[in-house]
Structures are given as C-alpha cells and as structure tokens.
Write a protein that binds this ligand. Structure first.
Ligand code: FE2
Length: 885
C-alpha cells in the first residue's frame, strides 16, 4: 500500500525534486496557495474540475471521469519519467532542430488508484533541462491505495518515447512506448503498473481501462492508418504488386483460398483503379502502429534504419552494373581486394555502411569494397568441397530443410499427368556406386543413413513459367546425401528435372560426383543449381515465411487481445518487438514486385507465389517447435533417456544440438512463468483474453489454415507452455539460425549463388553450346552465377541483414522491468539467464571438439549461430530476443 511507503518517498523526493527548477516552482506555487499537498494537486487540475471533498463518484465504464475527488491529502508522491527523443539526440549532437518544436512542454498525468472508492489524481510533469528527465509530484489521501494506472497526455507537437515512469512509492510503469501528440489525437495514453493480472483478477478500478485500451488497439477496421495511430489489424498481402507503375508489376494477392498466406498489418491504403484487388503503394514508409517504429530512438546501426537507408541510397547505384557477368574468378575476388567503383558519391551511405562503402573524396564515384566473409578467410577453396556442401545442410544458414529418406524410390506427390512419372530417377544402383565399401543400399536405408534435400515438388510447377523469363532458368531438384561413418554428409546424387512443355518432352538427369573432367564440371554446375534452389527456399521459406511473416499475426493478435497488464503479453513483448517495422520495409523493397528478391533469386517474379505454396503445403504451427520440427523431418525420434528427450538421427547436427539447449531453456522459463500465473488448469480455459488471442491467431492471422486439425488446443497449462515456447523459439533461435550466418555463407556467392541463370550444358544443348562448355567450363559456371549487379546487391543486403546493431537485445541477457515485480518470476528469469550464459561455454567446447566434424576441422567455420551473445557487426553469432533485422 502506498501509505506504508511514505518514508521511502521522502528520501527519494529529496534526492532530486528540490533541485529541479520546474518542480521547485510547482512546490512554491503550492505553498503560496496552501501548505498542504492537497492544494498542489488541486492547483494542477483543469479549471473545469469541480473541487469537492464529497464521496467520490465512480468512473464510467468508458474510463472517463464523472467528477474529481479532492479529499484531504496526506501523502506526497513524486516521480520521474525516463524517456527518449530523437530531438534530444540531435540537440546533444549540436544539430539545429527546425522541423519540430522540441519536447519541453509539460506532460499531463492522471494516476488511477486500485481503490475503487478513490478518484484519480492529476498532475503535470515538467522537463528538467539539467538532466534531461521529466519530473512530477502530487498528493494523495491516506486511503488512496496502490496506484494501478496512469493516463498520459502529451501536448507537445511531437510524439515522445517513454521508457519508464517511476514513482517514489516504488510503483513502476515499464512503458517502452511512444505517446502520440494530443494535437494528432486527443485520447490519452493508458499505462498500467508493472504488476500483471489475468483478466478475471483485474482490480475493479482498472477493468474499464483494460477494456478500453484493447478497444483502442483493435480500432474499427476502417480508413487509412496514420503514423500516430497504434491500431493493430489484419490484411492480406495485396500491396506487393504495383500495377500503377507498370502492369508487368501486377502480382496476385497472397492470403485467401488461391494463395494461402499469413496476414500482415492492415494499413488501409487506397485500392488501385488498375487492379481493384491491389492496394496503392505510397512513396512514404508503410504504416506500422506507432509503437512498432524505433528508427528515431535506436542507434544508427539499428537494423530497420540501416536497411531502409540501404534500399534508399545504395542499391539503386549497384544496379548500374546491369547484367554484366564475372569473366574470371579473379573478378569476384576483386570485390574484396580492390573493390569496384559505383556511380555517384554519398557521404551518408559511406558513413552508414563503413563495412563496404568507401567514399572516394577526389572522385565522382564511391568505392564498394566488401569484407571477405569468415568462410573464405579461413579456406579459399571451401566452397568447392563436397564435404562442405553436406556440412552446410547441418550447420550452415539453412539447416532446417534436410530430411531423412523414409521411402524408396523417392516419390513426387504432383499430378503424374502433368509432371510425369512420380518416381525419382535416383536409383538404388546409382546410390550403391557411391556408398560401395561402406554398406549396402538396404543397410543404408534401414540404418537411416540416407538424407535428401527435396525441392522437386515445390519448384517443378514453376519451371516452365520461369524459363520463359529473360535471364532465368529453373529445375525441380532432389539432392541425396549419405551419412558417412565419420558422421558427415556426403552428396551422392543430384537429380534435376524439368517437366514437358509444348515443345519439349520431360527431361531429367542424375548427376553424381565424378573423377573425370567433364563429369566434375557438370557436378559443380548441378551443385550450383541446387544451391540456388536452397538459397531461394532459405530466403523465401526458412527465413521470410517461417520467421518474419508467420510471426506478424502473433504480434497483431497479442496487441489486440492481451492487455499490456496480461502476463502472457509481458512474457511475449520482448520477443515481438521491432519485427513489424522490418517486415514493412521488406514489403516495400525486398519482396515486392521488381524488388530485390525478384531481381536476384532464381524464382524471379514467382518468388512470393512459391512462398505461398510452401505455406500451403508445408507450414504447420505444431511443427515450428524445434523438437517437432526435427521429428517431422526424421532428424530425431523421441527418447526419454536422451538429454532433451530426443535421439538425433545425425549425432553431430550443430543446429539441432545447440538449438535444443536454447529450446529447453526457453521452455523451462515459460513453464515457470505460466505455472506461476496459472496455478490451476481452469484459469487457462477461462481466460477470455487468452482464448480470444489464440482463436484469432488460428482463424484470422493464420486464417487460411483455420480448418487444419493440427492446431494445438489451448485448455491446459501445458498447451499454453507449448504455444508460447514455440512463438519465442521462432522469434529468437529459429530466426537467428537462419539469419545471422547469411553473409558468412553467401557473401562469397559461389558458395551459395542466389540464382542459376543458365541451364545445364547437357540439357538439350546445341552443338555450339556443348562445345563452348568443353572449351571453357569455367566461363559456363560464371555465366550461370549471378551477374555483377545481382551479386553485389545481394552481398550488400546480406551484410546488413547479418549484422547486429550496437544496442541489440540478446535473449536472456537482461531481466525485463515487469519481471522484477514478482519474486518467483524474477527468480525464474534469473535461472533462465544462467542457462543462457552456460550455453556459450557448451557451444565453445563443442566447437573445440575435433570429433565433431560438422563444426570443427581444418578451415571449418565453427557453429556459433546459436551462441547467445555477440558484439555488434557481422559476427555469425548472437541470438536477439526478437526478429529485428
Ligand atoms: Fe531476418
């Protein structure tokens, strides 16, 4: 209770308030009118407020004040508002602010008691220039009780970012929110104190505010969204195409029966008259709710900010290379050693991207010089080796697509009338030729030694359409791998297929490692094709769809249905930050029609349709938890005697081994958290906010999959633990595993070309084509690789995507403010932190173990992608709390 903390208030108060000019003035004013704190509060009330000592009037259901209660005041409370402002940063940097009047106006505060019989009290917070904080004080009656909420009005012309409001009676409000200007929107911002409540346990005095805040967040689904709003709503992906610019840039709507897809944030943009199904694209950044935009307050290295600048100032200049090829491998090395000139100079770009833009002050152009990725630093020839090709399927940037072969022959599920016989052309005899000496084919199948990277069914339906586009080709592919006794994967065969077309019969060919010159070059080229498929699936499915895109509906539903005082909202909040802004930037410039993905990846303009197919065919929420993902791919089986309850099919599977450490830590933390707030099972089923949240994720956010039988129910604590752990894992570990190694593995693009532009030399060649291959196979490979423009664009983007900002928030590193309130939660959080800290040592010792050949050995890049902490920059390690780049 408040009055038990009065003594603490005095020391807190004396620490700062009397030295603050604004507060001193306020106190003086109080003393002039009356000697009591009561008068001070009264002084700050609006003139329309009626002063009365009568029994308080109850608040209306809408949270509005019917009358103001002014009882005798016995206690002073003071406080401080910690905030951030881009204006302040600019002032400190000596910049002149001419676009906004800075934030020095007072903030209006109204504190709400948990005592239903006490009316809210109002005060104002004044800015202190000396130490850059807002301070306030107010008086309350002895029976005021604990403070549960504060309403903040911001009369400044600009929005203000409030991190925390601290009261002298130790009630804290962890806000981490923008507060809009009341000139934009008069509604005051509601913040609840750090203590969590399930809906049924909400103090009566806060119920209407809780309801009202959620209503404001949901909005009415109408109109064009404005930057100051914080409304979360759903929409389909109907803003990727740009038929206004060109009809060639029209794209289908993703989301709905034809192209199932998760939902994105609704922006309410107008519909194009050229295509009534498509929204117009604005020049300005796409709307995200105000609290999703951190560009103004995070460091200059913050992902969203750098990515935006990259699209704006660098990529257009890289396009000037056109479709020029690399003629020699030395030309690729020049990108790292000497660099290449790009047109125009841009000081800002040079300072924002010091890793690859070098300003040339005495010339008219800038120099692009890329950092050599760690892989190529360690071993110049790493990309040529078959064992590295296999290793990267377990420890590279896309380690979540390899699967156990469980049937033979491998079969397609596509319609044989359209796509030909379903059986794979990789035969038992082909396999035996490669594994001879190790074991028989039957033994290999029986002992789970055969694995496949299967992009046959996903890509084959697009092959003919993509082959009609200039500068593109495609195959369906299957890559068969054998697990050697050393525990490493070696590729056995690559099957490339194109279906029949109007003018050609179906073609498929199986390539195998070869000792002969021609066969060796064909093998290299086949690998380049498969790697371009894997790069596309990695970017469109593993990275974009499964992490960025699938998470957006969780974020929207969380804000719409879980009050900020809901414990699950508090638990999820660190893991859902920053993602919507990054996703909006991706819609704007990365995955849009004619954007970077379409212009640099093999599927071209069909990229997002393939992503939709993958969602339709492959994505299941219940398989997104790491253990379920591994089991579904045959990479593990349940085994209670094993450390994580799983026996891995490949013992040295770095992504799985390190991922399970993190998964277990997350699950343990979530279990402690859930069991604390839901001691009885019935509390889960009766939590109306939680039930509405899960219902909306299933039926709206992922509504195209609403009828799937695999959706977990949400009836018990275990159900909730599973669902929340999955969401946190996807946003942290899963995303980090597929994101932060991108530059290391794809920065030297021959290792993972994003595109294969030319068909195989033996695919229906002319005599001239075949002779050209025989004369100079290296030229054919370089022609197949990305062009200079494509390669440098991708390198620049992957460099930014792989970098940690200087203020990155790593998982388990800090105890979040709200978790400090509850001792049991604070203890569980500390335990979680300890487990995360231990991971670093375990991962380092694994990387030092030379028996683990998939993460250790001569020239091998150690597997650090799930090592939790990192320095800023491209480090190939570090697991942030959320998808922030
Ligand atoms: Fe990412």
């Amino acid at each position: 209770m408040l009055n038990s903390q009065i003594n603490q208030f005095h020391s807190f108060h004396n620490l700062f308030t009397l030295q603050k000019p604004f507060l001193a003035r306020a106190v003086d004013a109080t003393h002039h009118s009356s000697s009591s704190a009561y008068s001070h509060t009264t002084l700050l009330l609006p003139t329309t407020t009626k002063k009365s000592n009568a029994t308080p009037t109850r608040r209306s259901s809408a949270g509005k004040i019917n009358a103001i209660y002014n009882p005798p005041l016995a206690t002073k409370v003071s406080g401080v508002i910690h905030f951030k402002s881009s204006n302040l940063d600019r002032l400190k940097a000596g910049q002149i602010i001419d676009d906004y009047f800075p934030i020095w106006d007072k903030l209006k505060l109204e504190f709400v008691s948990l005592n239903l019989n006490c009316k809210p009290v109002r005060t104002e917070a004044a800015y202190d220039f000396m130490d850059g904080e807002y301070y306030f004080e107010f008086g309350v009656p002895d029976d005021f009780g604990e403070i549960g909420a504060v309403l903040v009005g911001n009369d400044n012309l600009n929005k203000i970012y409030i991190e925390k409001i601290e009261l002298s009676d130790k009630v804290n409000f962890t806000c981490n929110s923008w507060v809009h200007s009341s000139h934009d929107y008069p509604e005051r911002r509601i913040f609840f104190a750090d203590k969590c409540y399930l809906p049924s346990q909400t103090p009566a005095a806060l119920r209407s505010l809780r309801k009202k805040d959620l209503e404001l967040l949901r909005g009415n689904g109408q109109g064009e969204r404005k930057p100051f709003q914080r409304i979360y709503d759903y929409d389909v992906y109907d803003d990727l195409g740009d038929p206004v610019e060109s009809l060639d840039l029209a794209r289908p709507v993703l989301g709905g029966k034809k192209f199932p897809y998760p939902r994105r944030c609704r922006t309410g943009q107008k519909i194009c008259w050229e295509d009534p199904l498509t929204e117009t694209r604005t020049k300005a950044p796409f709307y995200v709710p105000i609290n999703e935009d951190f560009s103004d307050i995070k460091s200059v290295s913050f992902g969203a900010r750098t990515l935006y600048e990259l699209f704006l100032s660098v990529l257009p200049r890289l396009g000037t290379f056109g479709y020029k090829d690399f003629f020699l491998f030395e030309d690729i090395d020049l990108l790292f050693n000497e660099g290449v000139m790009i047109s125009g100079t841009d000081k800002k770009a040079a300072s924002l991207f010091p890793r690859f833009i070098h300003q040339v002050t005495d010339a008219v152009n800038d120099l692009i010089k890329f950092e050599p990725p760690e892989t190529i630093r360690r071993d110049t020839f790493f990309w040529l080796r078959d064992d590295e090709f296999g290793r990267e399927m377990l420890a590279g940037v896309n380690p979540c697509c390899i699967q156990l072969v469980t049937e033979w022959p491998m079969m397609s599920k596509l319609d044989p009338n359209v796509y030909g016989p379903p059986e794979s052309a990789i035969t038992k005899e082909i396999v035996e030729r490669v594994i001879k000496g190790y074991m028989t084919f039957e033994e290999a199948l029986e002992q789970k030694k055969l694995f496949v990277l299967d992009y046959h069914d996903l890509l084959l339906p697009y092959v003919n359409r993509i082959r009609e586009l200039e500068g593109l080709t495609l195959y369906g592919s299957r890559t068969l791998m054998f697990l050697t006794p050393a525990g490493t994967l070696t590729p056995v065969a690559i099957e490339l297929t194109r279906p029949s077309s109007e003018w050609q019969p179906q073609w498929k060919h199986v390539y195998t490692p070869s000792l002969g010159a021609t066969g060796s070059w064909l093998w290299k080229l086949a690998k380049a094709h498969v790697l371009s498929h894997d790069s596309g699936v990695h970017q469109l499915v593993s990275h974009w769809l499964r992490t960025h895109c699938a998470t957006e509906p969780y974020i929207i539903a969380t804000h719409r249905h879980l009050s900020t005082m809901h414990p699950i909202a508090r638990l999820l909040h660190p893991h859902l930050r920053y993602t919507m802004k990054i996703n909006a930037i991706a819609r704007k410039s990365l995955i849009n029609a004619g954007g970077v993905i379409e212009s640099t990846f093999s599927p071209g303009r069909y990229s997002m349709q393939i992503s939709s197919d993958a969602y339709n065919l492959l994505w299941r929420f219940d398989h997104e938890a790491l253990p379920a993902d591994l089991i579904s791919r045959g990479m593990a089986v349940e085994d209670p005697t094993e450390p994580h309850g799983l026996k891995l099919t490949i013992e040295d599977y770095p992504f799985a081994n390190d991922g399970l450490l993190l998964w277990d830590a997350i699950k343990q933390w979530v279990t402690s958290f859930v069991n604390n707030y839901y001691p009885q099972e019935r509390l889960v089923a009766s939590d109306e906010e939680l039930q509405a949240w899960w219902h909306e994720i299933r039926t709206v956010g992922h509504g195209d999959k609403k009828d799937e039988p695999w959706w977990p129910q949400l009836k018990t604590q275990d159900d909730l633990i599973g669902i929340v752990s999955t969401i946190i894992w996807v946003a942290s570990g899963q995303h980090s595993a597929v994101n932060f190694g991108q530059y290391e593995y794809s920065g030297y693009f021959p290792n993972r070309p994003t595109i294969a532009r030319t068909k195989m030399p033996n695919d229906d060649p002319t005599d001239k084509e075949w002779q050209a291959f025989l004369d100079r196979p290296e030229a054919v490979l370089l022609k197949c690789f990305p062009s200079k423009s494509q390669a440098t664009k991708v390198m620049a983007i992957l460099n930014v995507l792989s970098a940690h900002s200087s203020d990155e928030e790593y998982i388990g590193k800090n105890v979040e403010g709200p978790f400090e309130v509850e001792p049991a939660i604070k203890a569980a959080c500390e335990e979680f932190r300890q487990r995360i800290l231990e991971m670093e040592g375990i991962i380092n010792s694994r990387n030092a173990d030379h028996n683990l050949r998939n993460r250790s050995g001569a020239g091998v890049l150690p597997y650090k992608l799930l090592e939790p902490f990192s320095e800023p920059g491209v480090t190939g390690k570090g697991v942030p709390n959320s998808i922030s780049i």
